[in-house]
Design a protein around this ligand. Structure first.
Ligand code: 13P
Length: 268
Protein backbone atom coordinates (compact mmCIF):
# COMPACT_ATOMS: atom_id res chain seq x y z
CA UNK A 1 0.00 0.00 0.00
CA UNK A 2 1.25 3.47 -0.85
CA UNK A 3 1.81 5.84 2.04
CA UNK A 4 -0.18 8.65 0.53
CA UNK A 5 -2.01 9.73 -2.58
CA UNK A 6 0.67 12.33 -3.17
CA UNK A 7 2.77 9.50 -4.60
CA UNK A 8 0.66 9.72 -7.78
CA UNK A 9 1.30 13.34 -8.76
CA UNK A 10 1.24 12.83 -12.51
CA UNK A 11 -2.25 11.37 -12.70
CA UNK A 12 -5.20 13.61 -11.84
CA UNK A 13 -7.69 11.46 -9.92
CA UNK A 14 -11.02 10.97 -11.68
CA UNK A 15 -14.25 10.36 -9.80
CA UNK A 16 -16.91 9.30 -12.29
CA UNK A 17 -20.61 8.79 -11.61
CA UNK A 18 -22.36 6.22 -13.80
CA UNK A 19 -26.04 7.01 -13.42
CA UNK A 20 -27.05 3.94 -15.44
CA UNK A 21 -30.75 4.16 -16.39
CA UNK A 22 -31.69 6.73 -13.76
CA UNK A 23 -32.68 10.43 -13.82
CA UNK A 24 -34.51 12.04 -16.74
CA UNK A 25 -33.27 15.31 -18.23
CA UNK A 26 -35.12 17.52 -15.74
CA UNK A 27 -33.83 15.50 -12.80
CA UNK A 28 -30.37 15.61 -14.36
CA UNK A 29 -30.40 19.41 -14.52
CA UNK A 30 -31.42 19.68 -10.87
CA UNK A 31 -28.84 17.10 -9.80
CA UNK A 32 -25.91 18.63 -11.68
CA UNK A 33 -26.75 22.12 -10.40
CA UNK A 34 -26.92 20.91 -6.81
CA UNK A 35 -23.75 18.86 -7.18
CA UNK A 36 -21.84 21.88 -8.48
CA UNK A 37 -23.15 24.06 -5.62
CA UNK A 38 -22.41 21.44 -3.00
CA UNK A 39 -18.84 20.99 -4.16
CA UNK A 40 -18.34 24.74 -4.47
CA UNK A 41 -19.71 25.32 -0.95
CA UNK A 42 -17.30 22.68 0.30
CA UNK A 43 -14.53 24.55 -1.53
CA UNK A 44 -13.68 21.48 -3.50
CA UNK A 45 -10.54 21.98 -5.55
CA UNK A 46 -11.57 20.78 -9.00
CA UNK A 47 -7.98 21.00 -10.16
CA UNK A 48 -6.97 18.25 -7.77
CA UNK A 49 -9.81 15.81 -8.51
CA UNK A 50 -11.67 15.65 -11.81
CA UNK A 51 -15.39 14.90 -11.59
CA UNK A 52 -17.43 13.39 -14.41
CA UNK A 53 -21.05 12.27 -14.69
CA UNK A 54 -22.48 9.70 -17.12
CA UNK A 55 -26.18 10.41 -17.62
CA UNK A 56 -28.52 8.59 -20.00
CA UNK A 57 -28.28 9.78 -23.63
CA UNK A 58 -31.51 11.77 -23.42
CA UNK A 59 -29.98 13.94 -20.66
CA UNK A 60 -26.72 14.80 -22.38
CA UNK A 61 -27.87 17.90 -24.24
CA UNK A 62 -29.38 19.35 -21.07
CA UNK A 63 -26.25 18.62 -19.06
CA UNK A 64 -24.06 20.13 -21.78
CA UNK A 65 -26.16 23.32 -21.89
CA UNK A 66 -25.98 23.70 -18.13
CA UNK A 67 -22.27 22.97 -17.85
CA UNK A 68 -21.43 25.38 -20.67
CA UNK A 69 -23.79 28.16 -19.56
CA UNK A 70 -22.55 28.17 -15.98
CA UNK A 71 -19.00 27.12 -16.85
CA UNK A 72 -19.24 24.29 -14.35
CA UNK A 73 -16.01 22.37 -13.75
CA UNK A 74 -17.67 19.03 -14.46
CA UNK A 75 -17.01 16.62 -17.30
CA UNK A 76 -19.70 14.39 -18.71
CA UNK A 77 -19.87 11.40 -20.94
CA UNK A 78 -22.04 8.80 -22.62
CA UNK A 79 -22.71 5.37 -21.18
CA UNK A 80 -22.15 3.71 -24.55
CA UNK A 81 -21.19 4.47 -28.16
CA UNK A 82 -21.89 2.78 -31.47
CA UNK A 83 -18.97 1.11 -33.19
CA UNK A 84 -20.36 2.66 -36.41
CA UNK A 85 -20.31 6.36 -37.27
CA UNK A 86 -23.64 6.59 -39.12
CA UNK A 87 -26.17 4.54 -41.03
CA UNK A 88 -28.92 1.98 -40.58
CA UNK A 89 -28.26 1.05 -36.95
CA UNK A 90 -31.58 1.67 -35.21
CA UNK A 91 -31.22 2.70 -31.61
CA UNK A 92 -27.47 3.27 -31.75
CA UNK A 93 -25.71 6.55 -30.93
CA UNK A 94 -22.76 7.71 -33.01
CA UNK A 95 -19.54 9.04 -31.56
CA UNK A 96 -20.00 11.99 -33.91
CA UNK A 97 -23.20 12.92 -32.05
CA UNK A 98 -21.50 12.56 -28.67
CA UNK A 99 -18.56 14.68 -29.82
CA UNK A 100 -20.98 17.37 -31.03
CA UNK A 101 -22.23 17.65 -27.42
CA UNK A 102 -18.69 18.21 -26.05
CA UNK A 103 -18.71 14.74 -24.54
CA UNK A 104 -15.28 14.18 -23.04
CA UNK A 105 -15.60 10.52 -22.13
CA UNK A 106 -17.60 7.44 -22.97
CA UNK A 107 -18.03 4.22 -20.99
CA UNK A 108 -17.26 1.17 -23.07
CA UNK A 109 -17.88 -2.48 -22.25
CA UNK A 110 -19.59 -1.99 -18.92
CA UNK A 111 -20.39 -5.41 -17.46
CA UNK A 112 -24.12 -4.68 -17.84
CA UNK A 113 -23.57 -4.16 -21.59
CA UNK A 114 -21.53 -7.35 -21.76
CA UNK A 115 -24.11 -9.28 -19.72
CA UNK A 116 -27.43 -7.99 -21.11
CA UNK A 117 -26.46 -6.85 -24.61
CA UNK A 118 -23.94 -9.49 -25.65
CA UNK A 119 -20.98 -7.15 -25.95
CA UNK A 120 -17.91 -9.18 -26.74
CA UNK A 121 -14.26 -8.20 -26.45
CA UNK A 122 -14.30 -7.58 -30.23
CA UNK A 123 -17.20 -5.14 -29.95
CA UNK A 124 -15.47 -3.40 -27.06
CA UNK A 125 -12.35 -2.99 -29.21
CA UNK A 126 -14.43 -1.62 -32.10
CA UNK A 127 -16.17 0.85 -29.77
CA UNK A 128 -12.80 1.93 -28.37
CA UNK A 129 -11.69 2.65 -31.94
CA UNK A 130 -14.92 4.60 -32.56
CA UNK A 131 -14.37 6.76 -29.46
CA UNK A 132 -10.84 7.59 -30.58
CA UNK A 133 -12.02 8.42 -34.12
CA UNK A 134 -14.13 11.15 -32.52
CA UNK A 135 -11.54 12.27 -29.96
CA UNK A 136 -13.59 11.02 -27.05
CA UNK A 137 -11.67 9.34 -24.24
CA UNK A 138 -12.89 5.76 -23.84
CA UNK A 139 -13.31 4.49 -20.30
CA UNK A 140 -12.75 0.79 -20.92
CA UNK A 141 -14.65 -1.26 -18.35
CA UNK A 142 -13.40 -4.70 -17.46
CA UNK A 143 -13.84 -7.10 -14.58
CA UNK A 144 -14.26 -10.72 -13.60
CA UNK A 145 -17.36 -12.52 -12.41
CA UNK A 146 -17.35 -14.54 -9.19
CA UNK A 147 -17.04 -17.69 -11.34
CA UNK A 148 -14.04 -16.23 -13.21
CA UNK A 149 -12.44 -15.37 -9.89
CA UNK A 150 -12.94 -18.90 -8.63
CA UNK A 151 -11.66 -20.48 -11.84
CA UNK A 152 -8.84 -18.17 -12.90
CA UNK A 153 -7.85 -16.02 -9.91
CA UNK A 154 -8.23 -12.25 -9.69
CA UNK A 155 -6.32 -10.72 -12.60
CA UNK A 156 -6.46 -13.15 -15.56
CA UNK A 157 -9.87 -12.21 -16.95
CA UNK A 158 -9.60 -8.42 -16.54
CA UNK A 159 -6.11 -8.47 -18.08
CA UNK A 160 -7.35 -10.52 -21.05
CA UNK A 161 -10.33 -8.18 -21.51
CA UNK A 162 -8.09 -5.12 -21.45
CA UNK A 163 -5.62 -6.68 -23.88
CA UNK A 164 -8.48 -7.30 -26.33
CA UNK A 165 -9.90 -3.78 -25.92
CA UNK A 166 -6.49 -2.19 -26.55
CA UNK A 167 -6.57 -3.69 -30.05
CA UNK A 168 -8.98 -0.88 -30.89
CA UNK A 169 -7.08 1.96 -29.23
CA UNK A 170 -5.41 4.50 -31.50
CA UNK A 171 -1.70 5.07 -30.96
CA UNK A 172 -0.98 8.01 -28.69
CA UNK A 173 -4.59 8.68 -27.66
CA UNK A 174 -5.75 8.72 -24.06
CA UNK A 175 -7.68 5.88 -22.51
CA UNK A 176 -9.01 5.37 -19.00
CA UNK A 177 -9.40 1.87 -17.57
CA UNK A 178 -12.16 1.01 -15.11
CA UNK A 179 -11.66 -2.21 -13.17
CA UNK A 180 -15.06 -3.29 -11.92
CA UNK A 181 -15.30 -6.79 -10.48
CA UNK A 182 -18.79 -7.95 -11.49
CA UNK A 183 -19.35 -9.50 -8.08
CA UNK A 184 -18.79 -6.12 -6.44
CA UNK A 185 -21.21 -4.14 -8.63
CA UNK A 186 -24.38 -3.21 -6.80
CA UNK A 187 -23.75 -5.90 -4.20
CA UNK A 188 -22.56 -3.76 -1.32
CA UNK A 189 -19.51 -6.06 -1.26
CA UNK A 190 -16.68 -3.92 -2.56
CA UNK A 191 -13.30 -5.46 -3.24
CA UNK A 192 -10.76 -4.71 -0.54
CA UNK A 193 -8.33 -1.98 -1.46
CA UNK A 194 -5.57 -4.63 -1.53
CA UNK A 195 -7.56 -6.73 -4.02
CA UNK A 196 -8.17 -3.66 -6.19
CA UNK A 197 -4.49 -2.73 -6.08
CA UNK A 198 -3.41 -6.25 -7.03
CA UNK A 199 -5.53 -6.24 -10.19
CA UNK A 200 -4.83 -2.60 -11.07
CA UNK A 201 -1.07 -3.30 -10.80
CA UNK A 202 -1.48 -6.23 -13.22
CA UNK A 203 -3.46 -3.97 -15.57
CA UNK A 204 -0.74 -1.33 -15.44
CA UNK A 205 1.89 -3.98 -16.22
CA UNK A 206 -0.12 -4.85 -19.32
CA UNK A 207 -0.30 -1.17 -20.26
CA UNK A 208 3.51 -0.98 -19.98
CA UNK A 209 3.80 -4.00 -22.26
CA UNK A 210 1.33 -2.74 -24.89
CA UNK A 211 1.56 1.06 -24.73
CA UNK A 212 5.02 1.60 -23.25
CA UNK A 213 6.15 2.91 -19.89
CA UNK A 214 5.30 6.58 -20.40
CA UNK A 215 1.76 6.02 -21.63
CA UNK A 216 1.18 3.43 -18.90
CA UNK A 217 2.37 5.87 -16.24
CA UNK A 218 0.00 8.53 -17.57
CA UNK A 219 -3.09 6.29 -17.84
CA UNK A 220 -5.68 6.44 -15.11
CA UNK A 221 -7.07 3.20 -13.74
CA UNK A 222 -10.32 3.47 -11.78
CA UNK A 223 -11.85 1.00 -9.37
CA UNK A 224 -15.61 0.45 -9.43
CA UNK A 225 -18.00 -1.75 -7.45
CA UNK A 226 -19.86 -0.64 -4.31
CA UNK A 227 -17.70 2.46 -3.83
CA UNK A 228 -18.98 4.61 -0.96
CA UNK A 229 -17.71 7.56 1.08
CA UNK A 230 -16.63 5.03 3.71
CA UNK A 231 -14.27 3.04 1.47
CA UNK A 232 -13.07 5.52 -1.18
CA UNK A 233 -10.06 6.78 0.77
CA UNK A 234 -8.69 3.26 1.13
CA UNK A 235 -8.85 2.70 -2.63
CA UNK A 236 -7.30 6.08 -3.38
CA UNK A 237 -4.30 5.34 -1.17
CA UNK A 238 -3.33 2.49 -3.47
CA UNK A 239 -0.51 3.13 -5.92
CA UNK A 240 -2.32 2.01 -9.06
CA UNK A 241 -5.85 3.20 -8.29
CA UNK A 242 -6.42 6.65 -9.77
CA UNK A 243 -10.10 7.16 -9.16
CA UNK A 244 -13.47 5.48 -9.00
CA UNK A 245 -16.40 4.62 -11.22
CA UNK A 246 -19.37 4.96 -8.91
CA UNK A 247 -22.83 3.56 -9.60
CA UNK A 248 -25.54 3.64 -6.92
CA UNK A 249 -23.76 6.14 -4.68
CA UNK A 250 -23.39 8.59 -7.59
CA UNK A 251 -27.17 9.16 -7.45
CA UNK A 252 -27.05 10.31 -3.82
CA UNK A 253 -25.91 13.88 -3.91
CA UNK A 254 -24.24 14.22 -0.51
CA UNK A 255 -22.70 10.78 -0.72
CA UNK A 256 -21.25 11.41 -4.18
CA UNK A 257 -19.93 14.82 -3.12
CA UNK A 258 -18.33 13.14 -0.12
CA UNK A 259 -16.68 10.55 -2.40
CA UNK A 260 -15.34 13.37 -4.59
CA UNK A 261 -13.88 14.97 -1.48
CA UNK A 262 -12.20 11.72 -0.45
CA UNK A 263 -9.03 13.57 0.46
CA UNK A 264 -10.69 14.70 3.65
CA UNK A 265 -11.06 11.01 4.61
CA UNK A 266 -7.47 10.08 3.75
CA UNK A 267 -5.70 9.18 6.93
CA UNK A 268 -8.98 8.50 8.76
P1 13P B 1 -22.19 0.33 -7.85
O1 13P B 1 -21.34 1.49 -7.39
O2 13P B 1 -23.65 0.57 -7.68
O3 13P B 1 -21.71 -0.97 -7.28
O4 13P B 1 -21.99 0.23 -9.45
C1 13P B 1 -20.72 0.23 -9.96
C2 13P B 1 -20.82 0.39 -11.42
O5 13P B 1 -21.29 -0.48 -12.12
C3 13P B 1 -20.35 1.65 -12.00
O6 13P B 1 -20.21 1.57 -13.37
Amino acid sequence: MADSVTQKPTRTPLIAGNWKMNLDHLQAIAFVQKLAWTLKDAQHDFGSVEVAVFPPFTDLRSVQTLVNADDLPLAFGGQDISQHDSGAYTGEVSGAFLAALDTAYVLIGHSERRQYHGETDEIVAAKTAAAHRHDIVPIICIGETAEDLEAHGPAAVPVAQLRAALEGAATGKEIVVAYEPVWAIGSGQAATSEQAQQVCAALRALLVEVLGADAAAATRILYGGSVKSGNIAGFMRETDVDGALVGGASLQLEEFASIVRYQKHVGT
